[in-house]
Design a protein around this ligand. Structure first.
Ligand SMILES: [Zn+2]
Length: 251
């Protein structure tokens, strides 16, 4: 009996250690020098947000480097690659059409399983696009892996597609947040919420209210930080989203 329980504890211990070492580095967080590209990829797929990395004027990572490429040029190349993969997927699998200039347009018939809907129903404009070249006040560069919609606190946030609640977030960056899993490898992320109306593992239908906007976490005013990922990699939400959204500086 005692031998059996020792064996069981040993086997369980080995299994647990193997799984833990697969999911995250032995010492966490590591500096970027210690972290392989595969480890960074796995951290992203586990839901760690890479959107707060900062690069100095020479393109070297100086903050948030545990989740980022060591050089800005590597991060920009990764972003371009993820968006190219998403474009191909949207055209080949989800009926989007691609023009000569490589812009893509959603199909007339809505696919309720990928995040085609606008989480604020085109009632809010975009203040900050998805970009690798967002410059901060001190001259450093911090890629933005999402779009920010201007929205006063309490604005309803609607599910942009059918899905399941993968994660309820609460940290000092995202604040109150939600991660939804949709079809085809797509997930969506919502940050800075004042209210969360769903619970983990809950199924949601396209168009239901999942939250209200706010300014929790690292936000300098009420807005919705909205990210779309394909297989764990953040892509430009404007590739997927239905027509009709506007940039705030254009209206
Ligand atoms: Zn943002």
């Amino acid at each position: 009996m005692r031998i059996q329980s020792y064996v069981c504890a040993l086997v369980c211990g080995i299994c647990f250690a193997a799984r833990a070492s697969l999911l995250r580095p032995a010492t966490f967080p590591k500096t970027v020098d210690d972290l392989s590209f595969v480890e960074r990829l796995m951290l992203r797929q586990e839901g760690y947000e890479p959107f707060e990395s900062v690069y100095d004027k020479d393109g070297n990572c100086i903050s948030g480097c545990a989740y980022a490429a060591p050089r800005l040029e590597d991060e920009l190349a990764a972003m371009a690659r993820w968006n190219a993969i998403a474009k191909k997927d949207l055209v080949e699998t989800h009926g989007y059409t691609q023009a000569q200039d490589e812009t893509i347009t959603p199909p007339a018939t809505r696919d309720y399983n990928i995040p085609y809907g606008n989480p604020l129903r085109n009632m809010a404009c975009i203040t900050s696009p998805y970009t690798g070249s967002r410059t901060l006040a001190d001259g450093t560069t911090s890629p933005h892996y999402a779009i920010d919609f201007r929205a006063s606190t309490g604005t309803p946030v609607y599910a942009p597609a059918n899905g399941t609640v993968l994660q309820i977030v609460n940290d000092n960056r995202c604040g109150n947040g939600i991660v939804l899993r949709h079809g085809g490898g797509y997930t969506t992320v919502y940050c800075h919420l004042s209210e969360v109306s769903v619970t983990k593992d809950q199924s949601v239908q396209f168009g239901v209210v999942i939250a209200k906007t706010g300014e929790t976490g690292h936000a300098d005013g009420p807005h919705l930080h909205y990210a779309v990922k394909l297989n764990g990699n953040p892509i430009d939400p404007q590739l997927v989203i239905e027509p009709g959204h506007k940039q705030c500086n254009e209206i």
